[in-house]
Write a protein of this length. Structure first.
Length: 335
């Protein structure tokens, strides 16, 4: 009976232990919920590390020659149509002058042949008129002889028939000369067209010796100096066009569907102005296991897709420059 009073005391000591256990379970559950929510939120607002890439345009001359001048400097900006460099035009200019001389000679030949053609046409017309008169005379004499035999001497009839035949032969010869003159005119005109084509080619080569920028951009490199010999189609100047500057980054397989072409993303870099954006224009169709360039351990993924976006201000970016990319400006890391 002496042990009876201690039972309630032990029961009272067990109640706080249960409360602690329940509280611990509640805290663990809350912690798990917070972890998954935070993890989910992190995925939806994750920032990626990328870099700037560009597809350079290499300007060259289609003909070889000596580089006489370079009109731009490395790192400088150029506008569309701006002169880049010039190759010695002496040889091509001589070819253009020769083509002009050929055109002048061919045009003179055309004028001469056209004169001969006009004369041939006149000869054909005269010969046809003689043939018509001779035929009429022969018919008249033959008709008179038919109406009244013996009224016309046979010698007159023979002479009229011979004159008619001679007129026909003369007409045929004039017609042959007309065809020959017409062919000569066509040949002379063909020579004019050939000479004009040669002049056009020479002028085109002259313009190719002084190429201009195809669009706005920045001079990335200059491969030759004035006075050096340039081979045909050898790159002389490399340009980074504004329209070919892109921000490349990598996203995981789970997030690639969120970055479809046309999606606008926020971008940032050291020293860049705030508020820059880019528009996704390419998503790789095949995954990669590791990015070719890794700037941070956070960017390493087992399965990633390459994404490229066109920046809103390509002039502010330099190829190779590291970039931060995020779905929105709020998700960008603070600098």
């Amino acid at each position: 009976m002496a042990m009876a009073p201690e039972a309630p005391a032990r029961a009272q000591r067990r109640i706080p232990a249960r409360a602690v256990a329940v509280a611990a379970l509640i805290l663990v559950a809350a912690g798990l919920v917070w972890f998954f929510v935070a993890k989910s939120g992190h995925k939806s607002n994750v920032a990626f590390t990328g870099y700037v890439v560009s597809d350079n345009v290499y300007m060259s001359s289609p003909v070889s020659g000596t580089l006489t001048a370079v009109a731009v400097k490395r790192g400088a900006r150029v506008a569309a149509g701006q002169l880049l460099f010039r190759v010695d035009p002496t040889v091509r200019a001589a070819q253009a002058d020769q083509a002009r001389a050929q055109i002048a000679g061919a045009q003179a030949a055309v004028a001469q042949q056209e004169g001969a053609l006009a004369q041939a046409k006149a000869n054909v017309a005269a010969a046809q008129a003689d043939a018509d008169r001779s035929e009429a005379q022969a018919r008249r004499l033959a008709g008179a002889q038919g109406e009244k035999p013996g009224s016309v001497a046979q010698l007159q009839l023979d002479q009229a028939q011979a004159a008619y035949k001679a007129a026909l032969d003369k007409r045929d010869a004039a017609s042959a000369q007309l065809r020959s003159a017409s062919a000569a005119v066509d040949a002379s005109r063909a020579q004019v067209r050939q000479a004009e084509a040669g002049l056009t080619s020479a002028q085109r080569q002259l313009s190719d010796l002084a190429p201009v920028a195809p669009g706005a951009g920045r001079i990335d490199d200059i491969m030759f100096k004035p006075g050096e010999s340039v081979a045909a189609n050898a790159p002389v100047i490399s340009i980074v066009p504004d329209g070919e500057v892109r921000v490349r980054f990598y996203v995981s397989e789970a997030q690639v569907n969120a970055f479809k072409p046309g999606r606008r993303v926020a971008i940032a870099c050291d020293g860049c102005a705030a508020g820059m954006t880019a528009t996704v224009d390419f998503v790789a169709s095949r995954p990669e296991y590791t990015p070719p360039v890794i700037y941070s351990l956070d960017a390493r993924q087992k399965l990633v897709f390459m994404v490229e976006a066109l920046p809103s201000d390509p002039r502010a970016l330099v190829p190779g420059q590291p970039m931060d990319v995020a779905p929105s400006a709020k998700a960008l890391p603070c600098k």
